[in-house]
Design a protein around this ligand. Structure first.
Ligand SMILES: Nc1ncnc2c1ncn2[C@@H]1O[C@H](COP(=O)(O)OP(=O)(O)OP(=O)(O)O)[C@@H](O)[C@H]1O
Ligand SMILES: [Mg+2]
Length: 248
């Protein structure tokens, strides 16, 4: 069985079939890109996988355990972490404290969390290490609000990584940043996959980025999977070309 295995997923909002009978899997140590035009259902699928939404039908298994009805908190414990399409940072807190908060939330300590973090040296060391993994160590003391957009997106991925997941779901980790910063963010993700043996699902619009970094690509269109394959296969798929040009 793959690391994550979803079958027959459906989710409607009123008349809109956002996810309409999707089978989806992720192998260990695999980097899968989820692509498709606006409204294709990518974020909804990520929400179903992370537990933010409950499917109308279908099932999700993670490491051979059915998690279809398991709440977000327990999915995080099981090893599924995510970032959001819009970054989710505490703007007044430093980069370091943002990571420390993620570490504490992972360990279930939610009250007086920063005062605790202040006294907790291992968490500080671990948070610094996470920042180092993402090349943000020089910015440890900078409030998140004072970071450049690319650094904010990078920090957002770092927070998901600080939960020590086996699978990381990243909804548009490079949106709104320049080409060079996109490379920095994707290099960091690819390095986690390669060196820390994570699996990653990345929602991404930039097909150059998708082709350069993915092991496998899943293309959605109007709630369904339109095509799936290696970058070479997807590049050669005429339906994909048509959908990308908005002609499907
Ligand atoms: N909470 C919601 N309530 C109502 N409709 C929703 C909701 N979430 C998503 N939808 C609708 O479901 C469809 C799929 O949306 P979704 O956000 O999953 O697409 P997406 O592929 O992530 O698009 P984008 O590339 O713009 O982020 C769209 O038609 C959207 O308007
Ligand atoms: Mg989306």
């Amino acid at each position: 069985m793959p690391l994550l295995f979803a079958q027959g997923l459906r989710k409607s909002f009123g008349e809109t079939r956002a996810v309409d009978g999707v089978d989806f899997f992720v192998e260990s140590e695999e980097l899968v890109s989820l692509v498709g035009s606006n409204g294709a259902g990518k974020t909804t699928l990520v929400n179903l996988l992370s537990g933010l939404l409950v499917p109308d039908a279908g099932s999700i298994a993670f490491q051979d355990t059915d998690i279809t009805a398991v709440p977000v908190r327990d999915r995080i414990r099981a090893g599924i972490a995510r970032s959001f399409q819009l970054v989710n940072l505490f703007d007044q807190l430093s980069a370091l404290d943002n990571v420390r908060l993620a570490i504490f939330s992972r360990d279930g300590t939610t009250r007086q969390v920063l005062r605790l973090a202040e006294r907790n040296r291992p968490a500080r060391e671990e948070a610094l290490e996470v920042l180092r993994d993402f090349g943000l160590e020089d910015k440890w003391d900078t409030p998140a609000a004072g970071l450049a957009q690319g650094e904010r997106k990078l920090l957002d991925v770092a927070l998901a990584y600080a939960l020590r997941p086996k699978l990381i779901l990243l909804d548009e980790p490079t949106s709104g940043v320049g080409t060079r910063e996109k490379g920095t963010i994707m290099d960091a993700v690819a390095q986690l996959v390669r060196e820390r043996f994570l699996a990653a699902v990345i929602v991404e619009h930039d097909m150059d980025v998708v082709f350069a970094y993915s092991h496998r690509i899943v293309m959605m269109h109007q709630g369904k999977v339109l095509a799936e394959g290696t970058p070479e296969q997807i590049r050669a798929d005429e339906r994909v070309a048509a959908a990308l040009l908005g002609k499907a």
